[in-house]
Design a protein. Structure first.
Length: 243
């Protein structure tokens, strides 16, 4: 489904690739410092995929391949293609999980897959990095079957300042070229590119602090879904169906 709208950021996918190549060697160690928050993306998103026996799943972008490991625990028979733009991260994933089915992509705007190839799409913390987000969503629509389900996550615009503060205080692998989009913008893009929104949920209000404090933050978000407060959650999930 072709959208009439166009939206292009100031960077290229090659610049995104270069960033992740540069930080690939510390990707796992930095995420392990915030392991609970990092893994929350899998614990929430994968049940939302509604996996079934033999489903063909595209995991884009796959980074170190950890999502595929979680998927195998939920439904061992799924056929997962792990697509990643960074060759260095593909090497990291191979070292950690040599059994993964991995594929190197060169651009988010032209994906190397046939029409209607996948039953399920998982794309976590990717949309904010791609040079042409609308084109990317069009491509995901093209390569998925009718009624395919997609789970997407990305930080909202309100996360930019907290991200800068966290990076200044604690370092990390950084985000490289990115723009965190407001949830209303993501919803607009989804509608334009043929994706019906089933569920939108803001999560992770307090990414650091004691367990009780983070749990308290989630209780606040749970009661405030659909309001501006939910937009303060640093990880916004979108569960969609292709139409």
């Amino acid at each position: 489904m072709k959208s009439k709208a166009t939206y292009t950021h100031s960077w290229t996918d090659k610049e995104v690739e270069a960033h992740w190549d540069n930080v690939a060697h510390l990707y796992i160690s930095e995420n392990d410092k915030v392991k609970n928050v990092h893994d929350q993306r899998f614990l929430f998103s994968l049940p939302q995929l509604d996996l079934y026996c033999g489903a063909k799943v595209l995991n884009i972008t796959s980074r170190d391949g950890e999502a595929a490991e979680y998927m195998a625990k939920l439904e061992p028979s799924v056929l997962v293609t792990n697509a990643e733009i960074s060759s260095k991260l593909i090497e990291v994933a191979h070292n950690e999980r040599p059994y993964l089915n991995q594929l190197k992509i060169d651009s988010y705007s032209e994906l190397p897959f046939e029409n209607a190839q996948f039953d399920r799409i998982l794309t976590l913390e990717t949309l904010e990095h791609v040079s042409e987000p609308v084109r990317f969503l069009e491509e995901l629509h093209r390569i998925s079957i009718p009624d395919a389900r997609m789970v997407l996550s990305c930080p909202p615009a309100t996360s930019e300042i907290p991200y800068q503060v966290y990076t200044f205080l604690f370092g990390g692998h950084g985000e490289g070229p990115h723009k965190f989009p407001p949830s209303r913008q993501v919803k607009k893009w989804l509608k334009e590119t043929g994706w019906e929104l089933i569920l939108h949920k803001g999560t992770v209000l307090f990414p650091v602090g004691p367990k009780w404090f983070k749990k308290f933050g989630e209780s606040i978000l749970e009661k405030a879904q659909g309001s501006f407060i939910s937009e303060l959650g640093i990880r916004q999930f979108y569960v969609c169906k292709k139409y």
